[in-house]
Design a protein around this ligand. Sequence first.
Ligand code: BG6
Length: 487
Amino acid sequence: MTASSQLVEPFDLVIFGGTGDLAVRKLLPALFHRFLDGQIPASSRIIGIAREALDDAGYRALLREALVSICDAAKLDVFLQQVFYRPLDARKDDGWDDFAGFIGAQPDHIRVFYLSTSPELFVDICARLGHYGLNQGKSRVVLEKPIGRDLDSANQINDAVGKVFSESQTFRIDHYLGKETVQNLLVLRFGNALFEPLWNAGHIDHVQITVGETLGVGHRGAYYDRAGALRDMVQNHMLQLLCMVAMEPPSSLAPDAVRDEKLKVLHSLKPIDDSNASQLTVRGQYRVGVAEGASVPGYPDELGNTKSNTETFVALKAEIANWRWAGVPFYLRTGKRLPSRVSEIVVTFKPVPHSIFHADAGTLKQNRLVLRLQPDEGVKLWLTIKHPGPGGLRLRHVPLDMSFAEAFGVQQPDAYERLLLDVVRGNPTLFMRRDEVEAAWRWAGPILAAWTAGGEAPRPYAAGSWGPSAAVALIERDGRTWNEDSE
Ligand code: BG6
């Protein structure tokens, strides 16, 4: 997982769902950036697969239109010469012989099959790849989240994929693990002597993890309405962030050393089920409001289904039942159409045990460590200092603020850039192992079941707000507030 701009081994990267949103908006731009940095060998091929009847030229034209705004067109055209397209249907035979021959023509290449499709198709695609022997040699499969809709469907998928690809060939991607700040969390925690002694229930009051988005569901409604925020964001991205904050120090960065520690955290999460879901969770759904200065429709209108019960917002209070974290709440909050696109982890330390300062000096505030994942990735440590100069002793709460872009003068690579090349290199450290996915579903499943059994509709919130007022009440009941980053 070290940053490097070295050429990787020649590879063929096949993207199932090659005309989809993720491929066009994220995967191809990520590959293009790695190409610009000189990491992609000239003999490597990127092959888009979808059902649309396109040819190489048609696919290149589609990508050119999507990517041209991010780069100079001449370089893009050179990159696109390494991009190909094959129309295939996972459930029909047509075209698979030709495709297998095309891939087989470069037997020494690393082969990456990236399944950026609905999880229902994973099984069919893998079965075909196995049938044509494409799982042999240096082959890897990448599974996009969510893997299944619940534990049973995840097991079915993992079993079926496991018949074709071994666990070491299987890369379950969670792109949050590729974000710069998430990896920096590992370095901050385990590369400094400062934090680890305080990183426990004795010194930490609580942790907040917020992933806010301003966008609505847009044209992803068909997928999103079957998923909802808990499956789309909490079961994977947010739990992975929680694990990175809460895990014990791994003995090394070896893939299984890190993943073993994350797994222990998932196993230690206190259950949320019928008995407590109504106190510990809040579901919301956005309604008409104002986002980024413009009036926007509510979720039901955007979706074209006024009866949808799908949540576009979740807030919840999780707890980890182990010695390090007993009694420390982890408040998680995520939603679409929130006021700003902000992802952050906020670790709030306990107050000092006794104040020696006069009331006139001002109030003492708790130290906070804020890890910003986006925008403007960086770290802020809020400290109390004396206001400089004469005028008596006045307390000020100020941040030690480091923006990575300002400090290092570099634009951070998109998470997919790192992760795609990690797959090519065969490094699974930042990918989820099967048992992690299962443990995450084991925790999330009872929450979904409790919501279904409770039968309550999600609480409406105006687009452009921070979710339903119940989400504020969830944390305020404990005498705490969501971080606003200004005090
Ligand atoms: C994806 C979800 O995994 O993550 C999307 O399916 C969400 O609904 C996206 O918008 C957020 O990713 P990022 O990197 O933009 O925060």
